[in-house]
Design a protein around this ligand. Structure first.
Ligand code: C2E
Ligand code: CA
Ligand code: CA
Length: 804
């Protein structure tokens, strides 16, 4: 049950019940008092009227006794009985009677009768000597008592109803009777006055119930026997009823109340009656008034209660609604604050709480959104590459597994950008990233929706291409073609090519790992065979790959196991007579694989990092050889050592070189470090700094393979370089390619201009030598004069030269 309902159910009855009780008791009290008053009035009326009646009758009785004792009356009787009647006596008797009659206006006539009933004398002189013996009056005559008759017809007129009062007259031995005919008018006058209200009336009945007089004229003369008269009278006779009192009776279906008075000296009863309805009229009016008052007060109370309850419960209701809506609609509804009381405080509290909840929820929502976004990002990043927005390795593997399970056939492309490292080095990482993005775009533009493209790190992309070999081949060509257009970013143009390895599934392999391996191998092969190409995987590639792995194994312990040694290739002057220097070239002679060419093991040593320890060994070996040559009294300018970019990148490179020189105890000027242009591309300033330090110490620096890389004449001027070594590919064509010859000429002139000496590498013919001589090249290195030789062979050669 709601609080409001409970309040209604308790407050309204609580208010109504007292009002009801009050109304009922007021009604009861007033009803009682009104009824009592009315009834008492009836009784009082009856009593006072009855008293008058009794007094009147007593007076009449006294009068008749008085008259019956009058001498004149008695003389009349005696004279009549003794027959001595004279006129004088008659006149005296008649006078006595007539004066008696005239004394009361309600007396009609009076008579003196003898014992036989004959009229002796009358007040009006009538009926003298007539006999009344047959008359009922005479029959009822009581010789001892005064009697009041019942209602009779008048002697004088049969139309008039009268009462006869009789009294015995005793004179000497004779008995006579005095009769007074009394009209009913006195009684009428008595009851007529007792008419009141609408139904209030009075009447007098005799002992037989015959109406002597009635305030209603029509009833008065009917001499009806009143049906209810006898009740009090009867009981009175039995001594049970009081002389006067209240009597209730029903007449013609109408309840009536009557006051009665028993006129005991004549056995009459006087009634004052009124209809109960009329008596109750004021009570009914009062009842109506009380009822309407009760209803009005009830309505007012109920309204007041409802208004009060409403005003009390409204804040609670509001609060409840707010709560309900807050829970149902999961929306923060602020509660309307009504009034200034505990409830409004509660509402204020609720609103505060709601506001705090709201802000908390907003915070939560905000954090949740942040988290969701983070989660989305994380999810996205978990499967995507952040630079190109392509899928990542993980996504590729998942997709690849799906494709394999589906049983479809196709190819995995492994695409690597050629020399991408150089792009980063030359143009910076920003451009490098732009190149990656552009590459991704170009690759994507060639792919279908169901073909996945992923960047798996650095400059490597994996692609899944479904379809037959023809489609795969076309796709590979399209891919290569798409890289033919240079990448242009603002004013910068970058030329990029891609090498692609292709592995077919399920032909080449059936698991993701194996397929990826095959594609890797094929790509490696594509790069090895000249870049900007694609190659399909074949099993020989695996053989080659296995060989690479074997070489890597060998390199791991090549020095400890004594599977390596140093060869030295002399560098001579133009005439070929003097050996000016030697280039130290490492050799590997494995027990398992035999001689392994530097072009095969050096890249592997570089990519595996082995080059660092190996390179150190090379420098040490060269330094030792310098020492030995010097100790043997040989004259030469330096021994040049090839330095890999990886080595130079080592933080301790400078210290390492200087320590070895210092340890072995040679002058730094006998060591020349051959570096390639790539050294100046990554971390160029640092590398320049390192080389400058070494150069300051006396170590010589040469730029190897000049002309193959990003040779820029401009930066040459700023480099700490003493020698330029023109790459063999220029020398190879110098005899028949005029263009190349021109380039070589420019290089030599420029180097000289910059104060550098020029070494020509790979000089194999007299022709080449002659051209270089004409170009004023400084030093010749090539098979034309010497091949790289073991240490002992060099010594032998030197001996021979020295002999000459
Ligand atoms: P490079 O520094 O350009 O070395 C010169 C290469 O040309 C040597 O090959 C040498 O034998 C070869 N050569 C010289 N004259 C002629 C010629 O007239 N005809 C022909 N056909 N070849 C000639 P090699 O010894 O096989 O070395 C190849 C490359 O391996 C070297 O090229 C160098 O880059 C690298 N390398 C060799 N030894 C070392 C080393 O100890 N450390 C490092 N970092 N790299 C080395
Ligand atoms: Ca070299
Ligand atoms: Ca070279």
């Amino acid at each position: 049950m709601t609080f409001k309902k409970a309040l209604c159910l308790s407050l309204i009855p609580l208010t109504l019940i007292p009002i009801f009780i009050l109304g009922i008791s007021t009604l009861k009290i007033t009803e009682d008092s009104v009824e009592e008053n009315s009834v008492r009035l009836l009784e009082e009326l009856a009593k006072s009227s009855g008293d008058s009646l009794v007094n009147y009758i007593e007076a009449q009785k006294r009068e008749i006794v008085l008259i019956s004792n009058l001498i004149r009356v008695k003389e009349c009787l005696v004279a009549h009985e003794t027959k001595t009647m004279t006129d004088k006596i008659i006149t005296a008797g008649q006078n006595a009677l007539s004066s008696w009659v005239s004394a009361d206006k309600y007396y009609n006539s009076s008579y003196l009768l003898d014992e036989k009933g004959d009229v002796i004398v009358s007040s009006n002189g009538l009926y003298r000597n007539e006999s009344f013996a047959s008359h009922e009056i005479y029959k009822e005559f009581d010789k001892e008592e005064i009697t009041f008759s019942e209602i009779r017809d008048s002697f004088l007129s049969e139309d008039e109803k009268v009462i006869y009062i009789t009294s015995p007259v005793h004179a000497e031995d004779f008995t006579g009777m005095l009769v007074m005919e009394s009209s009913l008018e006195f009684y009428d006058s008595l009851v007529v006055d007792l008419v009141f209200d609408d139904t209030g009336a009075a009447f007098i009945v005799d002992r037989n119930g015959v109406i002597i007089s009635h305030s209603i004229r029509e009833v008065r003369d009917t001499s009806l026997v009143h049906p209810e008269y006898n009740m009090p009278f009867k009981n009175f006779g039995e001594g049970k009823t009081q002389k006067y009192g209240i009597h209730r009776y029903e007449y013609q279906g109408q309840q009536r109340m009557a006051g009665y008075y028993i006129v005991d000296n004549v056995d009459w009863v006087l009634f004052t009656r009124q209809d109960l309805d009329e008596i109750n009229k004021p009570i009914n009016r009062m009842l109506m008034a009380v009822i309407s008052m009760f209803i009005t007060v009830s309505i007012i109370s109920v309204i007041a209660c409802v208004v009060l309850i409403k005003s009390f419960t409204r804040p609670i209701q509001k609060l409840r609604e707010a709560f309900q809506r807050a829970t149902d609609e999961s929306d923060y509804i602020v509660c309307e604050v009504v009034g200034h009381n505990e409830f409004s405080e509660l509402a204020h509290g609720y609103n505060k709480m709601i506001k705090r909840l709201d802000t908390k929820e907003s915070e939560l929502q905000y954090n949740y959104d942040l988290l969701s976004k983070e989660q989305e990002k994380t999810n996205y990043l978990a499967m995507h590459d952040y630079v190109t927005d392509l899928y990542n390795l993980r996504a590729f593997e998942i997709k690849m597994n799906e494709v394999l399970i589906s049983g479809e056939s196709g190819a995995v492309f492994y695409l690597g950008l050629d020399e991408f490292k150089n792009v980063n080095n030359v143009f910076g990482h920003k451009i490098g990233d732009l190149c990656l993005k552009e590459s991704a775009k170009r690759i994507m533009s060639l792919s279908n929706n169901n073909e996945l493209v992923a960047r798996t790190g650095g400059d490597e992309f994996y692609l899944i291409k479904l379809g037959d070999e023809e489609a795969i081949d076309k796709f590979a060509n399209d891919l290569l073609m798409s890289f033919k257009t240079p990448f242009v970013f603002d004013s910068i143009q970058v030329n990029l090519s891609a090498s692609i390895g292709i592995a077919l599934f399920p032909t080449d392999a059936v698991t993701t790992i194996e397929i990826m391996k095959c594609a890797d191998t094929a790509m490696y092969e594509a790069k090895r065979s000249g870049k900007g190409k694609y190659s399909y995987y074949n099993e020989q590639m695996t053989v080659r790959l296995n060989r690479s792995n074997e070489i890597l194994d060998i390199l791991e312990s090549v020095i400890i196991k004594g599977e390596s040694y140093m060869a030295y290739q002399p560098e001579v002057n133009l005439s070929g007579e003097d050996i000016i220097a030697f280039e130290a070239l490492m050799r590997v002679n494995s027990k398992n694989l035999g001689m392994i060419a530097p072009n095969e093991f050096i890249p592997l040593a570089e990519s595996s990092g082995k080059i660092i320890s190996i390179g150190e060994w090379v420098i040490e070996s060269a330094a030792l050889f310098v020492k030995e040559l010097l100790e043997r009294g040989q004259k030469f300018d330096y021994i040049s050592v090839n330095i890999s970019t990886v080595q130079l990148g080592q933080a301790n490179f400078v210290d390492m070189v200087l320590n070895i020189i210092d340890k072995i105890g040679i002058e730094p000027k006998y060591i020349l470090l051959e570096i390639t242009e790539s050294v100046f591309m990554s971390e160029s300033s640092r590398n320049v700094e390192k080389l400058s330090i070494l150069r300051d110490k006396g170590i010589k620096i040469a730029l190897d393979d000049f002309g193959t890389g990003y040779s820029s004449m401009q930066y040459l001027a700023d480099l700490p370089v003493d020698f330029l070594k023109i790459d063999k590919c220029f020398i190879d064509e110098i005899a028949f390619n005029e263009k190349k010859r021109g380039i070589v000429k420019v290089i030599i002139d420029m180097a000289h201009y910059l104060g550098m000496q020029v070494v020509a590498e790979g000089v194999e013919t007299k022709e080449q030598l002659d051209i270089l001589k004409r170009m004023d090249c400084d030093i010749i290195q090539g098979y034309y004069y010497y091949k790289p030789m073991k240490q002992e062979d060099i010594l032998e050669v030197l001996y021979k030269i020295n002999e000459y």
